[in-house]
Every structure is written in structure tokens, then in C-alpha cells.
Design a protein around this ligand. Sequence first.
Ligand code: FE2
Length: 426
Amino acid sequence: MKNPDLVIRKAKLPGQANLQDIVVKDGRITSVSDRAAEKGKNEIDAGGRLVSPPFVDPHVHLDAVLTVGSPRYNLSGTLIEGIRIWGERKDELTTADVKKRAAEAIRWEVVQGTQYIRTHVDICDPDLTALHALVELKKEVKDIVELQIVAFPQDGIIRYPGGAVLLEKALAAGADVVGGIPHHERTREDGLESLDIVFKLAGEYNKDIDVHTDETDDDHSRFAEYLAAKTIKEGFKGSVAASHTTAMHSYNNPYAFKLIGLLKEAGINVITNPLDNIALQGRFDTYPKRRGLTRVKELLAAGVNVAIGHDSIMDPWYPLGRGSMLEAAFMCLNVTHMTGYEEMEQIFDALTYNPARIFRLEGYGIEAGNPANMIILNAGSKINALRQGAEALYVIKEGRVVARTEPARRYCREEEVRLEVPGIYE
Ligand code: FE2
């Protein structure tokens, strides 16, 4: 019998008391056990570190990444100024420009443990330059990452001339998911009509839906309700995501309670983007200032599938970001008061199993029979990974190491300092 391609020794797997050996053959996990007798062609000693299925980033804008400051910085810090600056930058897009920046940001995400990325791509452009560029790039990077492309009408489906036609063209040209932005249409009525178009196209092209929904502090922005009701009526349960839903932060509690029940009933996936929204929302407030994230804790408690997206990486909306899903999650757990022990573990799952459901990934997880997709984090537990923003020492896709990081070592008075305490959060 031939030796396995890879054996990972002494892996910490959540829920397992003993460290585990993971055996990989032909790109698949063949066994997970206390002690594997076989010797691998390659062996990695995880040394008690956490081995996790890879991160899944369900929301980023790869067409806009790394454009911050071009042509100018966002001085008001508002979403609207961001849209205006992007409108100016959009005129200068070329295929090469989009692919170069997107490929760089993808490398940043992959090296930090992400293997699945859902990117929105602005289709309010008669040439669909960014869309075509990302459809090309998707094939070129598939050995390291699986991309899903959302046709995203940044300037509105009704508001932007020919928006609905461009949305359909984008689907015909290779977009995987139908997007929308109802709160940015001119009126509530136009917003509702834009959602009708989204559902019609999703039905015709057999696509999932992912709508930028109520990304505003306006408590009168209530498109999530219509999205959910339409999902139920038209039989789209499980195929629809509501991204952002920040207005839920401002709704009165009885209405939020009703809406959360409706989202649950409709099987709506909620994608929260903590880095962008903690910076963008509340900009019209004096004091006290709203935090502006959706009600993550209450949604999870009601059984709604909530996932965390990175959203922007150095673009007109958010000037920072480094492609770290752990950083996005760290922001999320602080801002949403999810600092209870189990809550922090739940937040880690919002980077892994929860978005994997949105991607409809099969065979996701460290189990015999599944594709050998996993990351070895430089921490012994989910909580320590979040706390430390742990490096992904190895990123393994279908049994191959596609990225690796050499961890920093720190010394004080020549004595090594490790930023963890044995016994805490292990
Ligand atoms: Fe977004």
C-alpha cells in the first residue's frame, strides 16, 4: 500500500480531547485518529495547534480593493462619499488594473487562511470591465481559491440608466449570484421594484441572491422585510443572503423582533461586515453614536445563519484592512458584545461553517472522506486564534500546501515571550 501524501500530526480539533493525526491521500482526508501508523510522504507537526476548515469570506469587493486615495481620500467617512469617489475611479478601470489589485488582495486573504471568497462586482458600467476581469481571474486563481461573483449594481438597478439590462448581461457573462441595493434607489417604491427585478432574474438564470440590504442608519429603511417575504412567496428559501442590514440596529425593538422571526422563517442568510460598518455607520450622529452593526447576537439566538464578511480592503469606503478574517471577527465580537466564552466560539463559526452554508459547500470540515482543505493556525483554540489574530501557518487545499507563514518570535531580555497563558482558552 502506498504511503499517504500528507500526515498532519498532533492537530487540535475543536471538541476532541486528544490531539489528532490527519491522513491525506489523493487530495482527500482518509482518516482522523489519535495516532496514525502510516508514514506520510510529507509530514507536518501541528504541535497542538488548532486545525480548522478554511475561512470563507462571503462578502468583499475585489474590483475596488487597494484603490484608497485614488483619485482622493474619503474625508467625510460616509458611504455616500465612498460611492462618489468610486464613481470617479470607475472611469479609469482597465482589465489589467482590476486583475492586478484583485489578485493581490486574494493572495492576502489566502495566506491568512481563506479559501472561498464571494466578491461583489459593480456592474453599473456599460463595458462591464470589472466583471469581465474577475470572470477571467476566477479561472486563473482556482488552484488557491474558489471565487463566487455577485453582479452588484452599485448605483442602483432603476437609478442607473440601463441597470436592469446590465445586471442581466453580467449574469449571462458569468456572474454567479444576483445582487441589489434597494436602499440606494431613489424612492422606496423603486427599491421594491429593484428587488422584483432581482428575483425575476434569479429565477430565470437559476442563481442565488445576495442583496446589500438596508446599509444605512435610517430606521425607515425596511427592505429586509420585503426580501424575506418575497423569498417565502417565490420559493427561494435558503438561496438568499441579506448583506449588512445595519438599519436593524436603529429599528424599534418590537419591529426588530418581528423582522428577525421573518428572516428565520425565510431562511435568509445574514452577512455582517464589521470593519466597514463600524467605520461608516453613525456618521450623522453626534453623541451617543450608534455602533451600526446588525443585531448579530439576537439573530444567532433566533437560529438565523449569520456570517462575517471582510467587505473592503483599502478602498473608498474603508481605508484599512489587510484581508484578515480573524480581524473582521475580532471587531464583530467586540462591537456586538459577544464576549461570552461560547459567544466567542460562535463568532469563529461565523467565519467557517456558517458562510460555508451560504456557499453550499459539500464535504466541508475535518472529517474522513472530505476534501483535504484546512488551515493550521498559530493558536491552540478558536478563542486564542481570535484574540491573537493568529497566523495561518499552513493553508492546505486538496492536500497541497498553497500558502504558509513563518510566525513572528518575540523576545524580551532575551527571553521568548508568547502572547498566551497555558491553561487559559485551551
Ligand atoms: Fe458591500
